[in-house]
Design a protein around this ligand. Structure first.
Ligand SMILES: NC(=O)c1ccc[n+]([C@@H]2O[C@H](COP(=O)([O-])OP(=O)(O)OC[C@H]3O[C@@H](n4cnc5c(N)ncnc54)[C@H](OP(=O)(O)O)[C@@H]3O)[C@@H](O)[C@H]2O)c1
Length: 374
C-alpha cells in the first residue's frame, strides 16, 4: 500500500514537473499573508515572466538549487564532479534558473563545480554566491568583511564561477568588526563596476537589513526557514515585505528531515554535520516526528510527497519567498520543482498552521534570536 502511494506520488510530480519544464504552468496562488495585506503591495514587484518570482529587482524560478553539499559534502560524502554536473544541468532543463553557492563551501570547490556546470548556459541562469569568512589559509577562518578582502573574494569567485559578474552577491555572516554600511558600500562599488548585479544578506537582524538597504538596495535575505524552524516568520520576513526585499529560505526541507529522509531512530555520527544540530537530538527528532506525520497527511490529501508539501507551504506564505532546497539527486530536484503546482486555500493554510502550532518543538531558535545578527 505504501509503495503504491509512492508510485502515485511519483507519477503525479513527474507530470507536474514536465509541465513546468515546458513553461506551461502559471497557477494562481493563495498567500498566507493576504488577510493582512489590504492594498499594500508587499515584497518585490511582480515578475514579468509567468511562473517566476522576484527577489527585489531580480527575477528567478520559484525554487532554486542549493549546491552546498555537492562537492564539499556537508550532508553526504563528497560527490564526484561527473555525477553532479548532470544534476545542475538537469535542473536547468527542469526550469530552475537560480543556483546557490558560497566560497566557503569546500572552500572554493563547490563554486568551481557550479561554474563549470553552468558555463554553457550562463546567460539563462542566476548565480548567487557568498563572501564573509576568512579563507586565506585555505580553510574556514573567522569572519572577514574588510572591503579589500571582499574585493579579493569577488575576484576569486569570478574566476571559479567562470563569469564576469555575480548575479546575487551575499554577505554570508555579519563581521562584528566592520560596519554594515561599509560592506554595503563596497558591494555598491562592485555593482557600479559590473562585477556584481544584486546585493544579498544572510542571517542578519531586521535592524541590520534596514541599515544595509539604505546604503545599497538589498535584493534578498537568505536565512533558515522551514515548517520546523519558523522563528523568522514575523519581524524578519515582515521587514523584507515592507522594504521590497525577497526572502530565500535555506534548510527548507529541514536538511532532509521533511523529505522523509530520516526519522526518530536515525542517529548521526560525530563527523556528520547533523550531529551538532540542536533540533536533531534524539529527544528533539522524536518530538518533530509529529510535524512529519502532519506533512505526510497533507501529502496524502494533495497527492504529493512530503518534500513537495514542505516547499509548497513555504511558497504559499509570501509571493517573495524562493526556497533553495539542496540536493545531490536529479530525481529529488524534479520532485522539489513539482511543489510549484501544489496550492493551498486560505482555510487549508489556517488548518495547517493551527495543527502545526499544537506541536512542541525542541532545539529550534527562540523568538529573541530573530532580532539578533547571527
Ligand atoms: N546562508 C546560509 O547560511 C546557508 C546555510 C546552509 C545552507 N545554505 C544554502 O541553502 C541550501 C539548502 O539548505 P540545506 O542544504 O542546508 O538544507 P535542505 O535544503 O533543507 O536539505 C538538504 C537535504 O535534503 C535532502 N533532500 C532534498 N530534497 C529532497 C527530497 N525531495 N526528498 C528527500 N530528501 C531531500 C538532500 O539530500 P539528497 O542530496 O539525498 O537529495 C539534502 O541532504 C544549501 O544547499 C546552501 O546552498 C545557506
Amino acid at each position: 500500500m505504501k509503495e503504491e502511494k509512492k508510485q502515485v506520488n511519483r507519477r503525479s510530480f513527474i507530470s507536474k514537473s514536465a509541465l513546468l519544464g515546458a513553461g506551461l504552468v502559471a497557477s494562481p496562488m493563495t498567500f498566507a499573508h493576504e488577510k493582512n495585506s489590504s492594498k499594500k503591495i508587499e515584497g518585490s514587484k511582480a515578475a514579468s515572466s509567468p511562473g517566476k518570482r522576484m527577489l527585489g529587482a531580480l527575477e528567478v524560478s520559484p525554487i532554486g538549487l542549493g549546491c552546498m553539499s555537492m562537492k564539499s559534502g556537508s550532508y553526504n560524502p563528497p560527490r564526484d564532479k561527473k555525477e553532479m554536473i548532470p544534476v545542475i544541468r538537469g535542473a536547468v532543463d527542469l526550469g530552475v534558473t537560480f543556483f546557490d553557492t558560497a566560497e566557503v563551501y569546500g572552500p572554493f570547490i563547490d563554486e568551481e563545480l557550479v561554474g563549470e556546470a553552468l558555463a554553457p548556459v550562463r546567460e539563462q541562469v542566476v548565480i548567487a554566491s557568498k563572501f564573509g569568512f576568512d579563507l586565506t589559509s585555505g580553510q574556514r577562518g573567522g569572519r572577514n568583511s574588510n572591503p579589500a578582502y571582499i574585493r579579493q573574494a569577488v575576484e576569486g569567485m569570478l574566476k571559479r564561477l567562470r563569469t564576469d559578474r555575480i548575479d546575487l552577491l551575499y554577505l554570508h555572516r555579519l563581521d562584528p568588526n566592520v560596519p554594515i554600511e561599509d560592506v554595503a558600500g563596497t558591494v555598491k562599488d562592485l555593482i557600479k563596476e559590473g562585477k556584481a548585479l544584486h546585493f544579498g544578506l544572510s542571517e542578519v537582524s531586521p535592524a541590520t537589513l534596514r541599515k544595509a538597504h539604505l546604503e545599497q538596495p538589498v535584493a534578498a535575505l537568505q536565512s533558515e526557514y522551514s515548517l520546523i524552524q519558523r522563528v523568522l516568520e514575523n519581524e524578519v520576513i515582515d521587514t523584507c515585505g515592507e522594504l521590497g526585499i525577497g526572502f530565500v529560505p535555506w534548510g527548507p526541507v529541514c536538511r532532509g528531515f521533511l523529505g522523509d529522509k530520516f526519522n526518530e531512530h536515525s542517529r548521526f555520527s560525530s563527523e556528520s554535520r547533523l550531529s551538532a544540530v540542536p533540533y536533531f537530538t534524539s529527544e528533539a527528532i522524536k518530538a518533530h516526528m509529529d510535524v512529519l506525520v502532519l506533512v505526510r497527511q497533507w501529502a496524502r490529501k494533495k497527492n504529493a510527497t512530503p518534500a513537495q508539501i514542505s516547499l509548497a507551504w513555504l511558497l504559499a506564505q509570501k509571493p517573495f519567498i524562493v526556497p533553495i532546497p539542496g540536493t545531490t539527486k536529479l530525481h529529488h530536484m524534479k520532485e522539489n520543482m513539482g511543489a510549484i503546482n501544489i496550492n493551498f486555500t486560505k482555510s487549508e493554510l489556517k488548518e495547517f498552521r493551527n495543527d502545526l502550532e499544537q506541536i512542541n518543538l525542541i532545539g529550534v531558535r527562540g523568538p529573541e534570536t530573530a532580532l539578533i545578527d547571527q
